[in-house]
Design a protein around this ligand. Structure first.
Ligand SMILES: CC(C)(COP(=O)(O)OP(=O)(O)OC[C@H]1O[C@@H](n2cnc3c(N)ncnc32)[C@H](O)[C@@H]1OP(=O)(O)O)[C@@H](O)C(=O)NCCC(=O)NCCS
Length: 197
């Protein structure tokens, strides 16, 4: 049940669309991912067409499992003044694959270097968070976790802007997580639980 989410324009930024990745997105994906910061901050490296195709296939299959929801972040096609209108510029995933109860998931994201600093990811994450905690999401999610390395100030700002509270400091786990990190959490209590308080 792939899902598309719309993020309305603001006075300073264009409307965004979050839609599932497609097979034809390989060039846009490679274009966005050839970036030193992403090589440092992300665990997966995408530098050629074959790995891009495999990654796109994995995103498609993950929707079929019903435990991982992955979106291409796009500038809406009608934003004619935007050079990247209609083209994926970023990625956002909600992964509940590690929790058999389906009540908690981890969010992850990145955006192409030329689109950074415009609030695209916070707006995309806010829309995806609302969807994940809403009635359209197939999982009963009540907790979303966000991890980033300790020096990733930009990612920490995304967490803060979207109401993901800093819960704890994470120890280093080399080689995947050599510097230690932050665990941010956003909880959602169902209305029935809130009514009992
Ligand atoms: C982290 C990331 C997703 C932020 O997305 P974004 O859409 O640029 O987010 P924002 O526009 O809200 O900017 C967040 C912070 O980035 C920094 N920033 C601002 N302009 C920037 C630019 N041109 N380039 C890089 N970082 C910039 C600022 O610290 C900003 O915080 P502020 O708004 O309080 O000034 C993006 O930097 C990225 O893709 N980084 C590489 C991959 C990555 O680290 N993913 C997360 C792994 S946990």
């Amino acid at each position: 049940m792939p899902v598309t989410l719309s993020v309305p324009a603001t006075a300073a930024a264009p409307a965004l669309l979050l839609r599932p990745w497609r097979t034809g997105d390989a060039n846009a994906l490679l274009d966005a991912r050839v970036d030193q910061l992403m090589l440092r901050q992300l665990n997966t490296s995408l530098t050629d067409e074959e790995t891009a195709r495999q990654w796109l296939a994995a995103q498609r299959e993950s929707w079929e499992t019903g435990t991982r929801f992955s979106f291409a972040i796009m500038v809406a096609v009608y934003e004619a003044a935007e050079a990247d209108a209609g083209r994926p510029v970023g990625h956002l995933a909600i992964n509940a694959g590690n929790d058999p109860t389906g009540s908690s998931a981890e969010v992850g994201y990145w955006i192409a270097a030329r689109s950074r600093g415009r609030g695209f990811v916070p707006r995309a994450l806010a829309a995806a968070t609302n969807w994940a905690f809403g009635p359209e999401c197939p999982l009963p999610l009540t907790t979303l976790e966000l991890r980033h390395s300790v020096g990733n100030h930009a990612s920490c700002r995304v967490a803060e802007k979207c109401g993901y509270q800093l819960r704890t400091l994470l120890p280093a786990q080399p080689p995947v997580f050599p510097t230690g990190g932050h665990l941010h959490v956003r909880d959602h209590l169902p209305a029935a639980v809130l009514a009992l308080r």
